[in-house]
Design a protein around this ligand. Structure first.
Ligand SMILES: C[S@@+](CC[C@H](N)C(=O)[O-])C[C@H]1O[C@@H](n2cnc3c(N)ncnc32)[C@H](O)[C@@H]1O
Length: 459
């Protein structure tokens, strides 16, 4: 039986609200449970993610248009209105009349009055949307940007203070764009050109990554549909953002080395370095959560890796067994995740200033403890998928002050070939930061927001 895509989207939004599930998990759960074609999947994920990305703006409109106070509106009707407004405002291919009619049908299932109410709000929006004024951009810049791009005001204020207003606006905008699906080819099983042939045969549209030699940017699929690509089950590739692949490249691992990845699940970076070591040496892939080890193991097995040992271990605690044993230690620390809002729009609504403060203490502790595993002349890499100074530069600067045996690697861009550096310069993309730490931004580099500091132990 054909599913009703809007009804399904409404159920998923309801579940995200009530169970506080992450959107990608809720979407995948429904996609696994119901048989639906790729057109429906794409429409549902577009609508659900679009509503979440723009929730504050859509709620601002509802507040302006509704005769009922926001808190008094039936909870399901709030989501019906959000879906209707989103389709009218952002989905140009959906005729306004279809958006209204379908939402009214959904609301009528609750009661005829709710149908009338939804009809009234949506039709008023179509007539009067140009008259709705946002908070004044000059007098209240952070409130204006916060509503326009649906990011909490405290975060907008913080980013304006750290990056300036114009940069922040482009960052907020980029956070509401859908990211590409990026895959890292697994050279242990296939060459890049052979995988490209397989993708061509399946009609998949892709292009080579600007940054990473063995990575492909998939253009014809969204990030949630990677399992449908040819070769996934066979382990011919791993899904991973280019920003995160930089950790593997910067680590400069060699065959036979010992690597400790203290925060490894689901194993993106651990499997990358294991692959770069050509299935030799050993990668200790650790995580605090036992249930996450299976995620690492699934990837390890699928990719055909023999050199990864997955272990449960709390990175904040010292493990004497590994003292001074590692050539490379990866600290991909738990963080606020504010660099991956494009992938998980829920993140921007779930964080608070208090939570961020607690995180930097944990990050310092994990980094200090893990540094004890590094051999003389060994490498320590600290990374996060967030953008705030407090969780990035401040943590690394604090660490360097307290650990004089470590220094920043001076040549963060040195791993890139000359040709690739020229290409990036031509495109106006600057990778080497004046702080000698690498920070990538969705609006500047087209990648996830990501931070990497590579340090060397002088010994
Ligand atoms: C950013 S994710 C790691 C992503 C992973 N490195 C990858 O590339 O796929 C951070 C991980 O740290 C783990 N974690 C959080 N606190 C931890 C702790 N105290 N010790 C070890 N792992 C921890 C989380 O379970 C989470 O899987």
């Amino acid at each position: 039986m054909k599913i009703n895509a809007r009804k399904m989207a409404l159920r998923i939004l309801g579940q995200i609200d009530t169970e506080k599930s992450f959107s990608h998990i809720a979407l995948n759960r429904y996609f696994d449970q119901y048989d639906m074609d790729s057109v429906d999947r794409r429409f549902i994920s577009y609508l659900v993610l679009g509503v979440l990305e723009n929730k504050m703006l859509l709620d601002f409109y509802i507040r302006k248009l509704s005769k009922l106070r926001f808190g008094k509106i039936h909870h399901e009707v709030v989501n019906i209105l959000r879906m209707g407004l989103y389709q009218i405002e952002f989905m140009s291919k959906v005729p306004d009349s279809a958006a209204v009619d379908e939402c009214v049908k959904l609301a009528k299932k609750i009661s005829p009055e709710q149908g009338k109410y939804v009809n009234g709000v949506l039709r008023t929006f179509i007539r009067e949307k140009n008259k709705i004024e946002l908070p004044d951009a000059k007098r209240h810049p952070s409130t204006h940007l916060s509503i326009l791009y649906s990011h909490p005001e405290w975060l907008v204020e913080r980013w304006i203070a750290q990056f300036g207003k114009n940069f922040t606006e482009t960052l907020l905008k980029a956070n509401n764009n859908r990211p590409n699906l990026i895959i890292r080819v697994n050279p242990l099983k296939i060459t890049v050109s052979s995988l490209q042939k397989r993708l061509d045969e399946a009609g998949v549209v892709y292009e080579p990554s600007l940054y990473i030699k063995d990575a492909l940017v998939i253009k014809s699929l969204n990030a949630l549909s990677f399992e449908t690509l040819p070769g996934f089950e066979e382990g011919l590739f791993q899904v991973q953002d280019e920003s995160s692949m930089f950790v593997g490249i910067l680590s400069d691992v060699k065959a036979g080395q010992t690597v400790v990845d203290v925060c490894a699940a689901p194993g993106g970076k651990a499997t990358h370095v294991a692959q770069l070591m050509n299935n030799t040496g050993v990668v200790y892939a650790r995580d605090l959560h036992e249930h996450k080890l299976s995620l690492i193991m699934e990837n390890v097995e699928r990719l055909g890796l023999k050199n990864v040992k997955a272990q449960v271990f709390d990175a904040a605690l010292f493990d004497k067994e590994l003292e001074h044993k590692a050539d490379v230690v990866l600290v991909d620390a738990p963080c606020s995740g504010l660099g991956i809002i494009r992938r998980k729009p829920d993140i921007k609504y779930n964080k608070s200033i208090e939570e961020l403060a607690g995180l930097s203490d944990l990050q310092k502790r994990i980094l200090s403890t893990s540094s004890e595993y590094v051999k003389d002349q060994g490498t320590l890499i600290y990374s996060t998928c967030t953008l705030n100074l407090e969780e990035n530069e401040a943590v690394v600067n604090w660490f360097l002050e307290h650990h004089p045996k470590f220094r920043l690697d001076r040549d963060q861009g040195g791993h890139l070939s000359k040709a690739r550096r020229m290409l990036l310069t031509e495109k106006g993309i600057d990778l080497v930061m004046d702080t000698e730490m690498l920070k990538l931004f969705p609006n500047k580099h087209g990648t996830d927001g990501f931070f990497i500091a590579k340090m060397i132990k002088i010994g």
